[in-house]
Design a protein around this ligand. Structure first.
Ligand code: AMP
Length: 292
C-alpha cells in the first residue's frame, strides 16, 4: 500500500519519493491502466497545459512532475533563481485533471555518490549544446531517471525545445525504453512569442523586443516559400534583423536538418530554423520546421 499526501488546499495528490511513485505506477500497470507523463520544471503556463491536455486524452492516469533539475544548468545560469509558483502550479494541475504531481527534491534524485549520466554522441553537439555543453547530459539523465521512476506508457514533450525532444526520442530508442514519446506544437502568446517560464524575466520593453525571434522565423518561411534556397542568405538577414533590436545578443541561428541537426547549405527539403537569443539577461529559444 502507498499513502499519498494530499495537499488539502489544492486537493491534489503529491508524491515526493521515487519509491512511492514507482509502487503506485506498478499497481496501475497491473490494473491495465495507461500512464501518461508530463515532466516539467514548474511555473506552468499554457504550453505546459497543452502537454497535460494531450496526456489527459491519451492516458487513464496523468502524472505531472515538477523538478528544477540542477544537472541541466551550467555555471552562472539561473538554477537558483528559476521562477517558482507551486500554489498556482497545483491549482492548474488540478484544473487539467492531473492525477498525481511528483515533486522530488534534488537529494531524492541525486543522492550521495550519484555517478551515472546519460550522454548522447552527436545530437547534443549542435544548437543549444554548443553554448550549454553539459545541458543535454543533465536533461537526458533526469528524463531517463524519471522514466524509470514514473514508469509511464506515454511521455509528452514540447516542440518548443526541439533539440531536447530529438534527444529524448533518440535516447528512448537507444536505451529501449518501452515508452511512446509524443511531441506537442509550440504554444505562443497572441503576438507569436513562444510561451516560456523565463518570459517572466523580461521587462515590458524587452518583451516587445523578444518578438524578433518569432518574426524572423515567419519572415524566413516567407522567403523560403518564395524560392530562397541559400541558408547563408537567410542567416545573414535574421542576424541583421535581430542585432538591430535593442539589448539583443545572438547565441546561434541555425538552419539544419530536422533529424540530425547538422547544418544545411542548400534548402532542398524540410529544414529546421532554430535560434537562441539573449534579450537583456534572458536567453530565449524558438524554432520552426519549414518545407520549401
Ligand atoms: P520546462 O518546464 O520549461 O522544462 O518545460 C516542460 C515541457 O514543456 C517541455 O517538454 C517543454 O518543451 C514544454 N514546453 C515549454 N514551453 C512550451 C510551449 N510554449 N509550447 C509547448 N510546449 C512547451
Amino acid at each position: 500500500m502507498f499513502f499519498p499526501s494530499i495537499s488539502e488546499e489544492f486537493a491534489i495528490e503529491t508524491i515526493k519519493t521515487a519509491k512511492e511513485i514507482q509502487t503506485r505506477s506498478e499497481v496501475l500497470r497491473k490494473e491495465g491502466k495507461v500512464i501518461a507523463f508530463v515532466p516539467t520544471m514548474g511555473f506552468l503556463h499554457e504550453g505546459h497545459l497543452a502537454l497535460l491536455r494531450e496526456g489527459r486524452q491519451l492516458g487513464d492516469d496523468l502524472i505531472l512532475s515538477i523538478f528544477v533539475n540542477p544537472t541541466q544548468f551550467g555555471p552562472g545560469e539561473d538554477y537558483e533563481s528559476y521562477p517558482k509558483n507551486s500554489e498556482n502550479d497545483f491549482k492548474l494541475a488540478r484544473y487539467e485533471g492531473v492525477d498525481v504531481v511528483f515533486i522530488p527534491t534534488a537529494k531524492e534524485l541525486y543522492g550521495d555518490g550519484f555517478q551515472t549520466y546519460v550522454t548522447l554522441e552527436s545530437l547534443p553537439k549542435h544548437l543549444c549544446g554548443v553554448s550549454r555543453p553539459s545541458h543535454f547530459n543533465g536533461v537526458a539523465t533526469v528524463v531517463a531517471k524519471l522514466f524509470n521512476i514514473v514508469k509511464p506508457h506515454i511521455a509528452i514533450f514540447g516542440q518548443k525545445d526541439f533539440q531536447q525532444l530529438a534527444i529524448i526520442r533518440q535516447m528512448t530508442m537507444d536505451l529501449n525504453f518501452d515508452i511512446e514519446i509524443r511531441g506537442v506544437q509550440t504554444i505562443r502568446e497572441k503576438d507569436g512569442l513562444a510561451m516560456s517560464s523565463r518570459n517572466v524575466y523580461l521587462t515590458p520593453e524587452q518583451r516587445k523586443t523578444a518578438l524578433c525571434l518569432y518574426s524572423s522565423l515567419v519572415k524566413s518561411r516567407e522567403k523560403i516559400q518564395k524560392g530562397e534556397k541559400k541558408a547563408s542568405v537567410l542567416i545573414r538577414e535574421i542576424t541583421a534583423y535581430i542585432t538591430s533590436q535593442a539589448e539583443t545578443e545572438v547565441d546561434y541561428i541555425s538552419i539544419c536538418d530536422p533529424d540530425t541537426l547538422e547544418d544545411v547549405d542548400q534548402i532542398k527539403g524540410p529544414i529546421l530554423i532554430a535560434l537562441a537569443v539573449k534579450v537583456g539577461k534572458t536567453r530565449l529559444i524558438d524554432n520552426m520546421v519549414i518545407a520549401p
